[in-house]
Ligand binder design. Structure first.
Ligand code: SAM
Length: 206
């Protein structure tokens, strides 16, 4: 019960910090409330976290999704978050977990950021950044950088309200698998691409 109370109060604090962030920069934050636990679970299943060694999260916000990813990540794995808002990174730095590396910067610079931290190709890149409100050129740059940063067989998972990311990505990395999570405000699409290669077996995106 104690830990449920702690989780509930953490969610309320996250939501308040998140809403303040939305008021500061609505186009960049892209949503007024953080993702629901149902959406988090769907993302975790799609990314095949149980078999991952390195996961990258683009746009962690105030860290609700980050905490969920850490709860499902193997003990010897690492999670690199890339968040453009310095105020959100301050909140993320309060998460005490040796597997977590927070980086304040843009998802478009993913390859440079991986090499700054001397990290290899990622087994999964999970993105909540709002592709529909950013310039298309930046969106394409992010998709290209993600694809080049994935290990063979790695997954790119993007959860989005609109399907703009799929339109942008089709000529670059092909057609994704799509699932819908209705138990989220707003209902969210979860897109998944898998980089060719046999490092990882294909799994159901759920
Ligand atoms: C819709 S919120 C998702 C937050 C959280 N992951 C969740 O699901 O509740 C999108 C986040 O992406 C961040 N963001 C937007 N553009 C970005 C970029 N180019 N690079 C890194 N983060 C970005 C925003 O600051 C915001 O925190």
């Amino acid at each position: 019960m104690k830990s449920k109370n702690r989780t509930d109060s953490q969610r309320r604090t996250n939501s308040l910090d998140f809403f303040r962030g939305f008021l500061r920069e609505p186009g960049i934050v892209g949503s007024i409330i953080p993702s629901s636990r149902y959406l988090e679970q769907r993302i975790i299943n799609a990314a095949d976290l149980a078999n991952a060694r390195l996961v990258v999260e683009l746009g962690p916000g105030t860290g609700g999704t980050t905490r969920s990813l850490l709860n499902h990540l193997p003990a010897n794995a690492q999670l690199l978050t890339i968040e453009v808002s310095a105020a959100f990174v301050e909140v993320l730095d309060g998460i005490d977990d040796p597997r977590l590396i927070n980086h304040c910067g843009s998802a478009a610079d993913l390859e440079d950021i991986l090499s700054q931290h001397q990290l290899p190709g990622a087994d999964a890149v999970i993105s909540g950044i709002p592709f529909s409100t950013m310039p298309d050129a930046v969106g394409r740059q992010v998709i290209d950088a993600v694809w080049r940063s994935l290990a063979p067989g790695g997954h790119f998972v993007a959860y989005q309200f609109r399907d703009h990311v799929a339109t942008l990505a089709r000529p670059l990395i092909g057609v994704p698998e799509i699932r819908m999570e209705m138990r989220n405000i707003p209902p969210m699409r979860v897109f998944r691409w898998q980089r060719p290669g046999n490092n990882k077996a294909a799994s159901d995106p759920a």
